[in-house]
Design a protein around this ligand. Sequence first.
Ligand code: MG
Length: 387
Amino acid sequence: MNQSTKMVAVLGSTGSVGVSALQVIEASAGRLQAVALSAHSQLEQLLLQATKHRPRWVIATDPQAASAFDWSTLPADTELLVGPEALTQVVARDEVELVLAAIVGSAGLESTWAALENKKTVALANKEALVVAGPLITQLAQTQGALLLPVDSEHSAIFQALQAGKPGEVQRLILTASGGPFKDFSADQLQRVTVADALDHPVWEMGPKITVDSATMMNKALEIIEARWLFGLAADQISVTVHPQSVVHSMVEFIDGSVVAQLSPPDMRLPIQYALYYPERVAGVADRLDWSRAFSLDFEPADFDRFPALALGFECARAGGTSGAVLNAANEAAVGAFLAGELHFTEIVPACRSVLQSHSFETEPTLDQLLAVDRWAREEILSWVCP
Ligand code: MG
């Protein structure tokens, strides 16, 4: 192991971002090493990853699943840790330089928090951390002098494009959205959407939660909130355009009218690699655009009537406080109910709006208050569910 090896903790290593990150690490010829891997219940895959990458630690966050699993073939130099608290312990260890936070949902918040507290560079694939606790997270990163790098493809694109100007020269951010599988559906067709329809995304291959979020465009709503806090801009400086090819990953418009974009095929390995090697760029494993053949890029305005999640995103980005945590938790619970066949597709967003409207808003919540409204919002969704 040479001096320049960067030690990476991959939290959520069996999810789609985690798997892509391990491909980037594998292709790094020793420049990157997975020092810790974590999974919740896909322990078979975690064991295979551990055998290949030989991390110092593997973390199984679900104690029940971990105790029922046969760990006898775990490499002898890899230590098994069990339970969610192991995540916060491992990210504090000196051996960890960079934490790839790829645990889905608000479950990833505590380990992201602990990593920043310990001054670790965090490559943030978990957008919920910023949606739930944006002002607290960015402030913590700042006071600890910890680097917070986006992995979400849109935010990585913006982060890269921002380097073309000074902060005061930014007019606005333009987030691109694929539009999801129902981009051209009428209101009537949306009424008939099934779970199988929603899980069939035309461009990106992702986990079920984010795929449904893409179909409702709630994913873009969460990304609006994420961008608002990550880049410290007003909600009114963010806009959304629908771009079905997902080649332009987002753009920055500067005050002189210049728009700087980042383009590449829809392949998560590129934004992951950019964050893992930052501030360096290296030749990697991601697909490249083929400029020898004709292709076109389309842009169209987002439809706020058929996709009311977008308005909720802007409202929460504007309001701040507890609203992002409520929207995020309500949506997670509503998507869970939809996937279980207990809530209709077109009820996901109205359920979230109703929970948002009935919550008691707090302007400057503490982390504990945010976790409390998170629990509250999940329970509120139950009143919408017909089992
Ligand atoms: Mg994204």
